[in-house]
Design a binder for this molecule. Structure first.
Ligand SMILES: [Zn+2]
Ligand SMILES: [Zn+2]
Length: 335
């Protein structure tokens, strides 16, 4: 716990308040620059946190209390985790991991963008293709299937004969009159005339002059740009009124993936040279691997007698606690 929120609990000494003089501007020395702590993450993610709360309200209204609760707790509470090997426990920031969560989906998007950037880096002739279908009036999931099937057909056409594969992301946005559905393809393919691509797409989806675009992305900056663009999160764009409908439509659907030569491409972890581990190597206390579980799953894992097993914080049976600094920051007026 550090940063701005602390100020609430530590009122300034009175002599500072009564002083009418303007204090001289602080001199920035290399030391004071180092000491200036960056704003805590909840300051930077205020908008996303507030949107998350509004989305939670929408799920509550629609009768999905479970998702509403997960969204409310996400990033605003800590959960106790326990190691089933040594019995130790500690608190971690709770993340819901839901696709409809503005915070979690943004974090997922960062990983996806990095993954796509690594693929793009290695494509010989990278092309970014956007394929759109007209406003979809039917159910969302059918629209997604229709787009997927059409892309599969396109990939079998002569135009794609020299395409070595790549990655694909699908974006679905609810509109008042239906769904806006399109796909981004990052492919390794030689020159592809736009008109020919449009003709093929038109023929497959049975629509005259559909919206398609193709751009080459050969320099490093362009590769990074298209990876970022194709991998972005659209959760914030969905908006409060449509979030429940959108979440239902994408349920169980894979919205991105790789194909051809890039099918199942694995990211090789970049070794870090700052000496810090980039992931928690199993249990913080005993070092055992794959033994750390959320405390609430202990009864299921341990079965009968699980209570006898609980010591320390675990035995309080209170396995979730709010993060007061985040909650008080969010209840304040817009800074
Ligand atoms: Zn979340
Ligand atoms: Zn342990």
């Amino acid at each position: 716990m550090q940063g701005g929120a602390r100020g609430d609990f530590n009122p300034r000494p009175p002599f500072q308040r009564s002083s009418m003089q303007t204090p001289p501007p602080p001199t920035l020395t290399p030391n004071s620059i180092i000491r200036a702590a960056p704003a805590p993450w909840w300051h930077r993610q205020r908008k996303a946190l507030l949107l998350k709360r509004r989305y939670a309200d929408q799920f509550e209204k629609s009768g999905n209390a479970k998702v509403a609760k997960q969204l409310r707790l996400c990033s605003e509470s800590e959960h106790l985790v326990a190691c089933t090997s040594c019995g130790g426990s500690w608190w971690v920031l709770y993340r819901c991991g839901l696709r409809c969560c503005p915070i979690c989906s943004w974090r997922e998007a960062k990983k996806r963008q990095e993954y796509l950037a690594q693929i793009c880096k290695q494509l010989g002739k990278p092309k970014h293709i956007v394929l759109t279908i007209p406003r979809w009036m039917g159910e969302g999931p059918e629209g997604i299937k229709c787009l997927r099937d059409a892309i599969a057909k396109l990939r079998r056409r002569e135009l794609f004969k020299n395409c070595r594969g790549g990655a694909l992301t699908i974006e679905v946005l609810p509109k008042p009159d239906g769904w806006h559905i399109h796909a981004h393809l990052l492919v390794d393919a030689p020159y592809m005339p736009w008109k020919q691509l449009q003709n093929e797409w038109s023929d497959i989806i049975g629509v005259k002059d559909p919206h398609v675009s193709i751009q080459a992305a050969e320099c490093d900056a362009a590769r990074r740009y298209v990876a970022k663009y194709a991998g972005k999160s659209i959760v914030a764009e969905v908006g409060d009124p449509a979030i429940v409908r959108w979440f239902e439509a994408i349920k169980g659907k894979r919205m991105w993936g790789t194909f051809g030569a890039w099918f199942n491409f694995k990211l090789v972890e970049q070794p870090r040279n700052d000496g810090k581990p980039c992931f928690v190597p199993g249990c913080l206390l005993c070092g055992a691997q794959k033994t750390v579980v959320p405390a609430e799953s202990l009864p299921n894992i341990l079965g009968k007698g699980w209570r006898d097993w609980c010591t320390g914080a675990l035995s309080k049976m209170d396995w979730s606690r709010p993060l007061p600094e985040v909650i008080s920051f969010l209840s304040r007026e817009e800074p």
